[in-house]
Design a protein around this ligand. Structure first.
Ligand code: SAM
Length: 473
């Protein structure tokens, strides 16, 4: 589904008012304006009509007016919440010179642009957008300009033409959402009506209310928890929210695909704005906010253990976990100390050679399944081939990539999970060349493989890669 040329087009903003919508619009905010949204909505009488409450026409008119021209609206009346969002929403479509855009669109055989809302780790917005645009460009020329990014916001909006973005190919993207509408002036007393009016057509398998993964975003969690049931009830009343087992699709393998319906995402950068989009369960993260949380096991010797735990969950579906991580298997852990990654293997009954000049700690210091070797991980060669090589050494990505290539070409392991630490600058190109180096070596050797790379929730200035041999050509 494509977004219109201008996502804030008043034509498309015009709601069709069903009976249900009328009922919803009559939601009464009996509390005064100083009261919180939660208190207001909890005291709502859905069947009552309140003259004090924002009438639907009023709310709609407000959206339309603001959305007519978001830039001039900002100039005339800068608002508390406008800065970050308005800058983001003023992305490429408005910036493309009309003539050039139309001509380019004609030559590309398309007249519409697609807006994508991407969640990412705060601080990586530029990398996230840059990578997405590069993926689009690899398919066909990109008509829109580079997006306008707000640093440390935890999300980016990219505008491209009709290229499809693939969630699995995007390293920095935590969640991939097709952005349909934006509202930057949600009335404090009735956020529900304008949101319902702005929803894209169709039914939804799930409703996810989300906020940026930032400190500001965290302050909105209570608000969305209270708003969720209200919106959910309204959608169910309209028959548009159907339970569809969206969560069962595995993000990396796509297994468990039983559902068909898109998910509805309402993303609140702040309480007064909403970005409304949908995700395809076949092409997105199965976790809310794209965050796959792990709880810290008390016995593990380091928090690094969470990275490997998340990698296993995100990269391998349940059947692969059972098949590829079996008791009795063997692994080498390069840069193992103090032992968090080793612990993940050992807990699955896998025998580990832990290579590190540093000490193993806690239960991993003297475990019968662990052999600790104080050696340089870049020089270590296993006595015999192992099932797994895992590597968390802090080194340049190119050096780790070369090491991984050596292991696979030498036949020393079948599967690997490794971290690539990111440089301060040119992260996307550093990754491209590191991962590209592995690909070309394996291709040259005729080794078939599957490789997935992601910046996981528990990754900081790094990404995690899963590489597995499939079959020899
Ligand atoms: N994965 C570990 C865990 O879960 O506890 C943490 C690993 S820590 C981030 C990086 C480790 O890599 C350090 O213990 C360091 O000693 C080790 N390391 C760095 N360079 C190394 C090398 N050339 N050979 C072996 N170990 C190395």
């Amino acid at each position: 589904m494509r977004t219109p040329k201008n996502p804030k087009n008043p034509q498309t903003a015009k709601p069709r008012r069903s009976q249900t919508q009328k009922n919803i619009s009559s939601v009464s905010a009996r509390s005064d304006a100083r009261r919180s949204e939660a208190k207001t909505t909890q005291k709502t009488d859905r069947s009552g009509v309140s003259a004090r409450n924002a009438a639907p026409q009023h709310s709609e008119a407000k959206i339309q007016t603001k959305n007519n021209n978001i830039v001039s609206a900002k100039k005339e009346a800068p608002r508390r919440t406008g800065t970050k969002l308005t800058r983001l929403l003023a992305v490429a479509p408005a910036k493309i010179p009309a003539a050039a855009s139309a001509a380019q669109s004609r030559s590309a055989g398309t007249s519409s642009l697609t807006h994508w809302l991407l969640y990412c780790r705060p601080g990586f917005e530029k990398d996230c957008a840059q990578e997405a645009v590069a993926c689009a460009r690899a398919q066909r020329p990109v008509l829109a300009e580079q997006p306008n990014i707000v640093a440390d916001s935890g999300y980016a909006i990219v505008v491209i033409n009709e290229q499809l973005l693939s969630y699995r190919e995007l390293i920095f993207t935590r969640q991939l959402i097709r952005l349909h509408r934006t509202i930057d002036t949600l009335p404090e007393r009735d956020r529900l009506t304008p949101i319902l009016a702005a929803l894209p057509p169709g039914n939804f398998g799930a409703l996810w209310l989300e906020v940026p993964d930032t400190n500001d975003g965290k302050t909105l969690s209570a608000f969305i928890r209270r708003f969720q049931p209200l919106l959910e009830d309204a959608l169910r009343e309209q028959g548009r929210l159907l339970d569809d087992m969206n969560d069962s699709v595995h993000p990396s393998t796509g297994s468990g695909r039983t559902e068909k319906l898109q998910r509805l995402h309402i993303f609140f950068p702040d309480k007064a704005s909403a970005l409304i989009g949908t995700s395809d369960p076949y092409n997105s993260s199965a976790s809310i906010m794209g965050i796959h949380r792990q709880s810290m096991p008390a016995e593990a010797p380091s928090r690094s253990t969470l990275k490997l735990a998340e990698a296993i969950d995100v990269f391998l579906d349940k059947s692969e976990q059972t098949r590829l991580l079996r008791s009795g298997m063997t692994a080498v852990d390069l840069g193992a100390a103090p032992g968090g990654w080793t612990w993940q293997m050992v807990k699955r009954g896998i025998r580990v050679t832990a290579v590190d000049n540093g000490d193993m700690k806690g239960a991993m210091a003297k475990h019968p399944l662990v052999e600790h070797m104080k050696q340089d991980g870049f020089k270590f060669a296993p006595r015999r081939a192992v099932d797994w090589m895992i590597c968390d050494m802090v080194e340049k990505p190119a050096k780790v990539a070369e090491l991984v290539g050596n292991w696979f070409v030498s036949g020393w392991c079948k599967h690997a999970i490794f971290n690539l630490k990111l440089p301060m600058k040119q992260r996307v190109s550093a990754l491209d060349s590191a991962l590209g180096g592995i690909r070309s070596r394996l291709d040259m050797e005729g080794i078939s493989y599957k490789m997935i790379a992601k910046q996981l929730y528990h990754d900081r200035e790094e990404i995690t890669v899963f590489l597995t041999k499939t079959r020899n050509r």
